[in-house]
Design a protein around this ligand. Structure first.
Ligand SMILES: [Zn+2]
Length: 134
């Protein structure tokens, strides 16, 4: 279930450790705050940025994701689509520009998921804290 946990965390912008708190504070359509990341999880207190510059590593993930899309699109172009070269190039550039906000966010979340795994016990911390305080 490791892959399912990572996919859930990335797609729903959830803390990789508890799946409760949000990692990125704003939605993807707020371009100026696209990658604003909270300091730590409000639920389990996991510190997101492990060290200064931690999220620079997400650039490698972004490169891999974008390259993967290019490879699949190029294979589709060769085997199925057979579009004129300029039309194919323009459609790829448009696709990359339109999906940039999602790719940038997913890269950051994937990078964080490489270093932190889901812990079901951490997901129940806040519930037990709340029940103890009542
Ligand atoms: Zn958390």
């Amino acid at each position: 279930m490791l892959l399912a946990n990572i996919v859930y965390s990335v797609v729903f912008n959830k803390c990789p450790q508890c799946h409760q708190g949000k990692v990125l504070t704003y939605p993807p359509y707020q371009i100026n705050k696209l990658l604003d990341t909270g300091e730590s999880c409000v639920h389990c207190e996991l510190k997101y940025e492990k060290e200064p510059g931690f999220f620079y590593g997400a650039m490698y993930v972004s490169y891999a994701l974008t390259s993967g899309v290019f490879i699949v699109a190029y294979l589709l172009q060769l085997l199925v689509l057979d579009l004129p070269e300029t039309q194919f190039a323009l459609s790829m550039v448009s696709f990359i520009l339109l999906t940039f906000p999602l790719v940038a966010r997913w890269s950051r979340l994937l990078w964080l998921n490489f270093f932190v795994s889901y812990d079901p016990l951490k997901s129940n911390i806040s519930i037990s804290k709340q029940s103890n305080s009542k």
